[in-house]
Design a binder for this molecule. Structure first.
Ligand code: DOR
Ligand code: ZN
Length: 354
């Protein structure tokens, strides 16, 4: 493994986060600021309570995000939450109003997914409208069958649902969000160029052994759950490769400490605060500290996703520097706290003052 020397620095186009949860209410302003400070654009997921199912709701939410971002150069990219009752007319309206994508949660698959789709076949007319209007489908790719172990839910989704969806809608752009398995990586790699995947910090850095090290660590609990070391390596290999199909989507999903540490911990890991620095560390540890890795890091963080979504590349740059930084133990939110990934630990990279 070749590691970068101390004080190495390099500049890349400003990154985009193609999967983030900003929430609403007390949490909104802190988490939006953390993202807006470092990223140029971010796809805001719609699983609020109630979910963002209509274009007007998404536009209101966008305005709120922009207001608290306090940063004119940050652009939130909005999504609608697909339900059994979404109409083709809503899809037309969404496209007309600059909505970026539609999110598909199988009902019951994860946090706030109760209003999700009960059977994908019920929304085939919507997938048709999305194909016509070129609106990508962002997929939480896990089956919900309680008889299927958590570890296998992504794998089963690929063969039992995703394959048929691709066959029935070969022209529809679809993203396997937060790919977590070697099966997922292989499936996306072998599919057409309409199919891509986002990679989170946590699935690139941690495994189920980390999750269960001293009993379940709720701060590493997410959906899809962390997988084996060979799965992690497959995702690292995909992200650091030159494939245009894999790009950054943190799935940063904040929950108040009370909800994480209580009974039935909420699924979700908060990583937006230092995601870019962690991705740099992951690429460095992948053992290819050379021009090619750096180019792939920039592509992964800043250009592949934009190209997939047909967005212009960002013009601004950020400078990464090999300089350790300590991650805060917590952030205050109301009378509770938000515990970030790697709370109280050190990471090896920093972003030079923006
Ligand atoms: O861990 C997760 N948390 N996975 C998801 O799919 C949703 C997210 C959330 O909203 O908390
Ligand atoms: Zn998510």
């Amino acid at each position: 493994m070749t590691l970068a020397p101390e004080n190495s620095r390099f500049s890349i186009k400003k990154p985009d986060d193609f999967h983030v949860h900003f929430r609403d209410g007390e949490m909104l302003s802190l988490v939006v600021k953390h993202t807006a400070d470092k990223f140029a654009r971010a796809i805001a997921m719609p699983n609020l309570i109630p979910p963002v199912t209509l274009t007007e709701q998404a536009l209101d939410y966008k305005e709120k995000i922009i207001k608290v971002a306090g940063n004119n150069s940050f652009t939130p990219l909005m999504t609608l939450y697909l339900t059994d009752r979404t109409t083709p007319e809503e899809i037309r309206k969404a496209k007309e109003n600059g909505i970026t994508a539609i999110k598909y949660y199988p009902a019951g698959a994860t946090t706030n997914s109760d209003s999700g789709v009960t059977d994908i076949k019920k929304v085939y007319s919507i997938l048709e409208a999305m194909t016509i209007h070129n609106l990508p489908l962002l997929i939480h790719g896990e089956v919900t069958d309680p008889d299927i172990a958590e570890q296998d839910r992504e794998k089963y989704f690929l063969e039992n649902h995703f394959r048929e969806m691709i066959k029935d809608f070969p022209e529809l752009k679809m993203v396997l969000e937060h790919v977590s398995t070697k099966d997922g990586v292989d499936f996306v790699t072998q599919s057409s160029d309409k199919i891509a995947a986002t990679c989170t910090v946590h699935h690139l850095m941690f495994t189920k052994e980390d999750l269960y090290r001293n009993g379940l660590n709720p701060h590493l609990f997410c959906k899809p759950v962390l997988k084996s070391e060979s799965d992690r390596q497959a995702v690292v290999q995909a992200a650091t490769s030159s494939s245009s199909k894999f790009f950054a989507g943190t799935d940063s999903a904040p929950h108040p400490r009370r909800k994480k540490e209580g009974d039935n911990p909420s699924a979700g890991i908060y990583s937006a605060y230092m995601a870019i620095e962690c991705y740099a560390q992951i690429f460095e540890e992948a053992g290819m500290w050379n021009g090619e890795t750096l180019e792939n890091l920039e592509n992964f963080l800043s250009t592949r996703g934009a190209r997939f979504y047909g967005l212009p590349e960002n013009q601004e740059v950020i400078t990464l520097i090999k300089q350790p930084q300590a991650i805060p133990a917590s952030f205050p939110i109301g009378n509770d706290q938000l515990i970030p990934l790697k709370a109280g630990k050190e990471i090896q990279w920093s972003i030079d003052a923006i």
